[in-house]
Design a protein around this ligand. Structure first.
Ligand SMILES: [Fe+2]
Length: 288
């Protein structure tokens, strides 16, 4: 974190395996080298089918970011779908081998505390996921122990609010209740993916009937696969998120079919949540 600004490079849904686009990964790494972020976030679905060779590819992609701190969380594709015995008995075997031992994790960087919660549910909700009470309690404990001025950033693969075009499936069960919990923890932003197109809202849609209040819920599209949906069919996306003194700037970058590099798109801007309450002032939001 330099000059009071924290820069997060938010990627998602690498989907290493048959949908993976190596040239998109190359473009992602070139952009990261240019941006020089403080933290890399990869918000789930590192792989397409949770196979060893797919996780090995994902690991090598993550390693290309170098020594930058990384926050990574599992998605529904990171557990085996068709290898039923493995899914029932040891669904995170390959995740743990390549991504790390913890399914829920916390990370501190100067100025910010991150909590990543595993929303995949290999036994009961294969597609639209779950977040349990003990995970909420873990997030609450971790953020309560954070330095008072720290940013509190949550990473969860699944989305909280349906995408307008209906693609991406149903949101997380209990999304309203969860959003209320995260608002009360003073969470500054929730970063995720799963819907394979950029999807940015505020939790007020769920908790106060005021879409201009609450926690920014920021989903990236798929950064390195051919599984983009809706307006991002055949495209890839990621976010560069800058937390400045008074404002959070979410800048989408899009890679068009046949293009060499990600191109910057129009930013989303959010007034920073003051003192970790729900108060917000001016803002501009756009839905894709
Ligand atoms: Fe997913």
């Amino acid at each position: 974190m330099s000059s009071g600004v924290l820069t997060v490079f938010h990627t998602s849904d690498f989907q290493c395996g048959s949908p993976f686009r190596p040239h998109a990964a190359d473009a992602m790494i070139r952009l990261a080298d240019e941006i020089r972020p403080d933290v890399i976030v990869s918000s789930g679905d590192l792989t397409q089918r949770a196979k060893v060779r797919e996780f090995a590819t994902a690991r090598s992609v993550l390693d290309r970011f170098g020594d930058v701190p990384k926050v990574v969380t599992p998605g529904n594709h990171d557990v085996p779908l068709y290898r039923v015995w493995e899914r029932l008995t040891d669904p995170y075997r390959n995740w743990r081998r390549f991504a790390g031992p913890d399914l829920n994790s916390a990370a501190e960087v100067p100025g910010a505390t991150f909590v990543a919660l595993n929303s995949s549910a290999p036994h009961r909700a294969l597609v639209n996921g779950r977040i349990g009470d003990e995970q909420v309690a873990f997030a609450r404990r971790t953020f309560a122990a954070a330095a008072p001025g720290d940013l509190r950033i949550l990473v969860i693969h699944h989305h909280f609010i349906a995408v307008p075009d209906g693609k991406g499936g149903r949101p997380l069960p209990g999304a309203s209740r969860l959003a209320r919990e995260f608002e009360s923890m003073g969470v500054d932003a929730v970063l995720g993916g799963h819907v394979h197109q950029i999807h940015v809202r505020r939790s007020g849609v769920l908790t106060s009937a005021d879409a201009s209040t609450g926690v920014p819920l920021v989903a990236s599209g798929t950064t390195t696969s051919r599984r983009g949906r809706g307006v991002e069919a055949h495209r890839n996306s990621l976010h560069v998120i800058r937390f400045e003194q008074d404002v959070m700037r979410v800048t989408p970058y899009l890679l068009d079919a046949g293009a060499q590099d990600f191109e910057k798109a129009e930013e989303f801007r959010f007034a920073r949540r003051k003192g970790h309450d729900a108060g917000d002032s001016s803002r501009r939001e756009r839905a894709s």
